[in-house]
Design a binder for this molecule. Structure first.
Ligand code: BEZ
Length: 179
């Protein structure tokens, strides 16, 4: 993946818009991958599912808490992507009280498939989801790649470590020291 451009995809997001009125004032908003990635150095992390235990207890909240540290290492934004629709991702963000990390709904799995990271999780009744990985993406190009070991369909474990915010932060810090 190193040096490759992230796929050009349109994400179907839901945004609050008071002009819609009624009890559920949200509308669809299409957001292109360029909109997320062009002209920025970001950390993207991808996980098997919103609301799942490791993702909700460690990975997402830890990225949220460590955002200032990532900014100090030259990261403009932190994005969390999952093969979940915009309704689920919005509900997850709300339940986590997110202020920093931005959630990207890859409901159709198109981005994840084109990244080569789509795996079957039928063993859990999940269907097709993302293998756990993270990347530093600079102006749309993958600069650094953090993929959990054992990429496979219907994996009976859920490796988590390489793509943790702590590991990525340590890597960024050590690169700065070595430079
Ligand atoms: C977890 O994040 O803990 C998890 C992810 C996928 C399936 C089950 C659990």
């Amino acid at each position: 993946m190193l040096g490759r451009k992230v796929p050009a995809v349109t994400f179907r997001t839901r945004v609050r818009d008071e002009a819609v009125g009624g009890p559920n004032p949200f509308r669809w908003e299409d957001v292109s991958s360029d909109n997320y990635f062009a002209g920025k150095r970001v950390v993207l992390f991808s996980l098997p599912g919103a609301f799942t235990p490791t993702c909700s207890t460690y990975q997402l909240p830890d990225f949220e808490k460590l955002t200032a540290d990532f900014r100090a290492e030259g990261i403009d934004e932190i994005y969390c992507i999952s093969v979940n629709d915009a309704f689920v991702m919005n509900a997850w963000g709300k339940s986590q009280g997110l202020e920093n990390v931005k959630l990207i709904p890859d409901g159709s799995g198109e981005f994840t498939r084109k990244m080569g990271m789509l795996v079957a999780k039928d063993n859990l009744g999940f269907g097709m989801r993302s293998w756990r990985y993270a990347a530093v993406v600079n102006n749309g190009v993958v600069e650094q790649w953090f993929e959990e070991e054992g990429y496979s369909d219907n994996c009976d474990s859920d490796p988590y470590g390489v793509s943790s915010p702590q590991n990525i932060l340590e890597t960024l810090k050590s690169q700065k020291l070595a430079a």
